[in-house]
Design a protein around this ligand. Structure first.
Ligand code: AMP
Length: 520
């Protein structure tokens, strides 16, 4: 990647895997190879944990240690709540939007990275492929509040596929493998699950189908282990240690550790002290697998569905790529081997591959911005259908009129024509939703698009065209035209659950000390 070499000497090509439980930063070295950067503590993985300690906000390892004793002051798994107006816990009487908490995490990553590579602003941040538009926007906002200029957001499985392609020589213009490969990326992280079927064809990375669950990850396996230990404790002492949030924090940390032990040993022990009683509970791998079978089954079901959505069967898949720390659990590998009839592939580092792919993508964008040729191209699909809210003429019920079905290759545009109801109508309101359900109430409301200042004196039933465009990164743009009129119509896309620009600017100054820009 000679093109990024030149760039990396001026602007570092940096990619961030902002994980639910851990985050990773990578940059391209002078040869264009992605390397993982260590944080200020010297670790490759930074816990995505925030401790509110009086006026101080502490992120990473120390915050993670505080879970055991100061759980009330610690924000965990904020990525799982992104898209909601506020994080579920309050800290010293304050409730923060989840993207603000993510902003603090990213700010720590920015400062630690700057200490290694010099000042930086431009980055690529990854998101689960299954993230909807609202969550994507909130993640970009988190990057802004952390003082970054987010060049792009990239789907995690696509990032992993890019890292895999780099590893296999697909980035090498001279020695690139001629044979295309179809890969199924199974990505089970700390808090989210994604599965994507991709094709690597020459220098192109083409997503064929994607699906997932933003509420399923290693954390759920941890909680099951907490339950197993608590139940054993109750049988012995008739007291439930889960009643005390501080004990739960401590138990969770120990159980996460025990879970890792169970990936290499047949049993693990967890000590539990509560109300003056203590127990050392031993859990076998068999008990753990039994207690989490339904979680694994959910991933199996989604994997099979995604393969069908890509209109493929296992014979036509060349590799099953394991990504995400939770794929180290033997039950995952065994299930996928049995399901696919292939040995799952761990050639890319489970924890680092996503950040490496993001750095490669950052290098590509920087090179392109300097007019250099692209070394690879990405084609994504949308993970959720996009629709507008309409009324069923028969039942008078609201319904989701799907415009762009899920798994459509991106970028894609869809036009919807509306008619004015009366003469001289000056505005139209369009509600935009994402989701598969026919009822808009069961979909994610992205926002309202108010079309204002329509040309005066339009007759009743005049046509107004609204064009929705999903960009390659899954973000939405809305454009409005009135046929036979060159008047520029004003459109305002009012987002649900999104922080207004003034708030974002205020948080940017507060969290990162970096001056606002014209980001929108
Ligand atoms: P990631 O977000 O990809 O870094 O994945 C983090 C998740 O992987 C967390 O839930 C970890 O507990 C889990 N994890 C990491 N290593 C192991 C392991 N050896 N066995 C089981 N789970 C692991």
């Amino acid at each position: 990647m000679a093109t990024t070499k030149k760039n990396s000497e001026t602007i570092p090509a940096v990619g961030i895997d902002l994980g639910t439980t851990y985050s990773v930063v990578s940059r391209l070295d002078h040869t264009g190879k992605p390397v993982t950067l260590v944080n200020a503590e010297g670790d490759l993985l930074t816990p995505s944990v925030v401790l509110f300690d009086g006026d101080d906000v502490i992120v990473g390892r120390e915050a993670w240690k505080a879970v055991a004793g100061e759980a009330d002051h610690v924000a965990l798994c904020s990525k799982r709540e992104i898209g909601h107006p506020v994080y579920h816990k309050n800290f010293q009487g304050k409730q923060y939007p989840p993207e603000v908490i993510e902003g603090w995490i990213l700010n720590k990553l920015r400062r630690d990275t700057a200490a290694r590579v010099g000042p930086l602003s431009k980055v690529v941040i990854t998101v689960p492929a299954y993230f909807d538009e609202v969550r994507r926007k909130a993640t970009q906002d988190a990057g802004y509040m952390a003082g970054f200029e987010v060049m792009d957001i990239l789907n995690e499985p696509t990032a992993a596929a890019i890292a895999f392609g780099y590893h296999e020589g697909y980035m090498n213009a001279d020695g690139r493998p001629a044979k295309p490969q179809r890969i199924l990326v199974y990505d089970l992280g700390g808090g989210t699950f994604d599965v994507t079927v991709m094709e690597i064809r020459g220098d192109r990375y083409i997503a064929l189908a994607t699906d997932g669950d933003v509420q399923l990850g290693g954390y759920d396996w941890d909680l099951r282990l907490v339950d197993l230990v608590a139940e054993a404790f109750i049988r012995e002492h008739y007291a439930d240690p889960r009643e005390d949030p501080l004990i739960v924090g401590k138990l969770w940390r120990q159980c996460e550790d025990a879970k890792r032990t169970l990936s290499t040993r047949g049993k693990a022990s967890v000590a539990c002290d509560y109300r003056g009683f203590s127990s050392l509970v031993t859990v076998t791998q068999e008990q753990f697998e039994e207690a989490t079978q339904d979680l694994l089954d959910r991933t199996r079901f989604t994997t099979t569905q995604t393969l069908h959505a890509a209109r493929l069967d296992w014979k036509r898949i060349d590799r099953v790529l394991l990504v995400g720390g939770s794929t180290r659990m033997p039950m995952v590998r065994n299930m996928l081997r049995e399901l696919s009839g292939k040995e799952p592939d761990s050639t890319v580092a489970a924890d680092e591959a996503v950040a490496h792919g993001a750095a490669l993508h950052a290098g590509l964008l920087l090179a392109k911005s300097q007019g250099e040729p692209a070394t690879f191209a990405i084609r994504n699909v949308n993970s959720h259908s996009l629709g507008v809210v309409g009324t069923d003429p028969q039942t008078r019920r609201k319904r989701n009129g799907i415009l762009i079905p899920r798994n459509t290759p991106l970028p894609v545009s869809a036009k919807r024509s509306f008619r004015t109801q009366k003469a001289n109508q000056r505005s139209i309101l369009v509600q935009v939703v994402e989701g598969e359900n026919p009822s808009p109430d069961d979909c994610t409301m992205i926002g309202r698009c108010s079309v204002r200042r329509l040309p005066p004196n339009l007759p009743s039933r005049s046509r107004v065209d609204v064009v929705f465009q999903y960009q390659t990164n899954g973000r939405l743009k809305v454009r409005v035209t009135v046929p036979d009129s060159d008047v520029k119509v004003e459109t305002e896309f009012q987002r649900e659950n999104s922080l207004p620009k003034e708030h974002l600017d205020g948080w940017r100054r507060h969290i990162s000390g970096v001056e606002p820009t014209d980001y929108r």
